[in-house]
Design a protein around this ligand. Sequence first.
Ligand SMILES: O=P(O)(O)OC[C@H]1O[C@H](OP(=O)(O)OP(=O)(O)O)[C@H](O)[C@@H]1O
Ligand SMILES: NC(=O)CC[C@H](N)C(=O)O
Ligand code: SF4
Ligand SMILES: [Mg+2]
Length: 500
Amino acid sequence: MPASIEGGFRTPFDPQPGSDLVDDKLHEECGVFGVLGAQDAATFVALGLHALQHRGQEAGGIVAYDPVESRFNSVRRLGYVRDNFTRADVMHTLPGSLAIGHVRYSTSGTKAQTAVRDVQPLYAEFARGGFAVAHNGNLTNAEALREELIERGSIFQSSSDTECIIHLMARSIQRAIAERMKDALRRVEGAFSLIAMTRTKMIGIRDPLGVRPLVLGRVGDAWVLSSETCALDIVGAEFIREVEPGEMVVITRNGVASERPFAPAPSKFCVFEYVYFSRPDSVIGGLSVYETRRRIGAELAKEAPVEADYICPIPDSGTPAAIGFSQESGIPFAMGIIRNQYVGRTFIEPTDQIRNMGVRLKLNVNRALIKGKNICLVDDSVVRGTTSRKIRDMVLDAGAASVHFRIASPPTMWSCFYGVDTPERAKLLAHNMTEEQMAKHLQVDSLRFVSLDGLYRACGYEGGRDAKRPQFCDACFSGDYPIPPSDIIAKGDLKLKETA
Ligand SMILES: O=P(O)(O)OC[C@H]1O[C@H](OP(=O)(O)OP(=O)(O)O)[C@H](O)[C@@H]1O
Ligand SMILES: NC(=O)CC[C@H](N)C(=O)O
Ligand code: SF4
Ligand SMILES: [Mg+2]
């Protein structure tokens, strides 16, 4: 029987849906990419999705409109872009100059077992033609909406929150699809960066707070929408600008029309995009993600100095912060941990035996460098503490004289409800312990996190965080949720932070 994530047989390399190890990490979210006006647009979309693969590795899909046959074609598959969208026989089924795509890490529906029916873009037929939509983010009132819609006769085809948008559109009294979309989106709460398409239009839209990213680019005569700028680069597109929070762009062959369907609101971009989710070669809000991470490392070195022989990143995501820490402290940077490039970003270990050797499949210690040395390890975040525990064991086993941890984000103490799959609160190491208790628990010589103000300074706010009106969403660190997670509150599953 072939090894497959759909089938029963699994190799040590396959994710194990349903295992509680699936919840081990702060998983990625989703990536969206669309092209209007290029021959074989789907090929561009496949390339764009490949560049966004770090945002979601469960599944991917592309919808394209074929004007010759007057029909929409769709391919939605589980697994990586490189395995599904590089074959000529697949790409030939997606002709046309307008296409949108999605890479998914599910944050709604049957999370433990992604089903093909939940894979995006979702597609629907309305009275005035077909419509496809790809969503990055998470709707915080999706469960209430689903209940209400089902009561009123909607028949859901998937378990995804995104499908609510389609049923709300179906109920709109507006005729034009873009108008129906506005009607629908005024009813949803939460985070959404969406790319949608009709036969002739590509639509990009961000929620009023702009929690998730979305950018506009141009390649030749074609227009591109993408989650991140790194995916513009792969197709040779020029960055034009960001779609702004609360903005809707409707793109046709005649150009880009901008609208503001929502009441204005202060922007609350996800600060964790800078810390971990986005690729370091992307630029967001005018800031290079790489440079911001380097600066977080430098802030951390100022706030939490260390005596060590080497500053070693936990690769890949800890690397830019470790460079910044090393530059600021003057302690040499060294690769004490080496990453196997052939293992996916979030490796999930299926059995105890594999789990124990698991991290070595992805990360291994550079024994020759570490032996007898005082090592300071820099990582971007601690969620459950699994990675830190394993790395500590490896480094001590390799004969380090002392082990220090410096973390380039504040302690992750709260769950995210806006499109990032965090474990429940009780499973977050920092929810249960103070910094000092964590250091003891991990049995390391020291453990320090950057402060929220330090993080904001690195993100360009010299004065730090504005406590009254934080410039970003930082709820997973602060507990200050800019959008009340109403489904969760209704279930009584979240005790919100007491405010003064
Ligand atoms: O405390 P934990 O629960 O272990 O989670 C935190 C770790 O998870 C992420 O790494 P991951 O291995 O997922 O991906 P990366 O290779 O992109 O760093 C992150 O960079 C931390 O290293
Ligand atoms: N992580 C995401 O952005 C996921 C988008 C959508 N909520 C889904 O579950 O498919
Ligand atoms: S809670 Fe954290 S991860 Fe989620 S949107 Fe806010 S800052 Fe980002
Ligand atoms: Mg990591």
